[in-house]
Design a protein around this ligand. Structure first.
Ligand SMILES: *[C@@H]1O[C@H](CO)[C@@H](O)[C@H](O)[C@H]1NC(C)=O
Ligand SMILES: *[C@@H]1O[C@H](CO)[C@@H](O)[C@H](O)[C@H]1NC(C)=O
Ligand SMILES: *[C@@H]1O[C@H](CO)[C@@H](O)[C@H](O)[C@H]1NC(C)=O
Length: 242
């Protein structure tokens, strides 16, 4: 009897191990990071990123190895914002990218598509009916259809949050990570008020410049790991959805 029971337990645990392995194999990894290239658009610039990396030691010139250095703005391509980005007091207090919660940057996330004819207002937020428990949302907008992240020249008419949409999100949801498919979560005309609303409590992380080209709306597991760069008010990050 005891033997049968332990055999049954063994079979059960093998089944559990097998199905979790199978789960892992079936899960696709979607890279939602834009490649950092010289053609990448930069906020407010006509010319894009331009030359950002150069060899300092090269095999061609007699060195044993190639070694490059790069220079990038902290808000280049797919990146996160720190509270110090829009608040002088948080800058002084050291709330840089190293203080962003890895728990917020990693976990279940919802990808939602927003109406194409509006920016993200309170009315739009209300109409999305995002379930109360959701903590991470990536907003797929007209920016993806317009391929804006693939155009070198900055387009100020991109779709993003208006002040009332950001305030509505803060007051009515548990969302702690706000992702968007262009260089800012804030519409150009509301850049400061939207960042103030999101960053004021140091709880919400804006995730900007996402590549949602191949992403269908739905539930995923999000994983982002920005570099641990002390003093930085933002930082490029690799992000994936599983
Ligand atoms: C190393 O640098 C040389 C230029 O000195 C370049 O031609 C070559 O492609 C580089 N190799 C790699 C692996 O990057
Ligand atoms: C190699 O050295 C030459 C001469 O100093 C310099 O002009 C060139 O830029 C260097 N190339 C690389 C890849 O370091
Ligand atoms: C969103 O706001 C920008 C100004 O920040 C404006 O140019 C654009 O037309 C708006 N987009 C839509 C879809 O209304």
């Amino acid at each position: 009897m005891a033997k049968n029971k332990s055999l049954a337990l063994l079979l059960l645990s093998l089944l559990v191990v097998h199905s979790s392995l199978a789960d892992h194999r079936n899960h696709r990894i979607f890279d939602i990071t834009h490649s950092i290239t010289s053609e990448l658009p930069i906020y407010g610039s006509k010319n894009g990123l331009g030359h950002f990396i150069r060899l300092v030691h090269s095999i061609k010139n007699g060195s044993i190895a190639n070694e490059s250095e790069f220079k990038l703005g902290t808000h280049t391509g797919t990146h996160v914002d720190a509270p110090s980005h829009f608040f002088q007091k948080y800058y002084d207090q050291g709330f840089d990218v190293t203080t962003l919660s890895l728990k917020v940057l990693n976990g279940p996330a919802l990808v939602v598509e927003v109406p194409k004819d509006k920016n993200i207002t309170a009315e739009v937020m209300k109409s999305l009916n995002i379930p109360k428990g959701v903590r991470r949302v990536l907003f797929k907008t007209l920016n993806t259809d317009r391929q804006l992240m693939h155009k070198t020249e900055f387009h100020s008419d991109f779709t993003a949050f208006m002040e009332d949409g950001a305030k509505w999100l803060v007051d009515n949801t548990n969302i702690k990570l706000v992702g968007l498919d262009y260089l800012s979560v804030a519409a150009y005309v509301d850049a400061a008020p939207v960042h103030y609303a999101f960053l004021r409590n140091r709880e919400i992380i804006p995730l900007e410049g996402l590549n949602l080209d191949d992403i269908q709306p739905g539930r995923y597991s999000l994983h982002c790991l920005p570099l641990k760069m002390v003093g930085a008010d933002g930082c490029p990050t690799r992000c994936i959805l599983i």
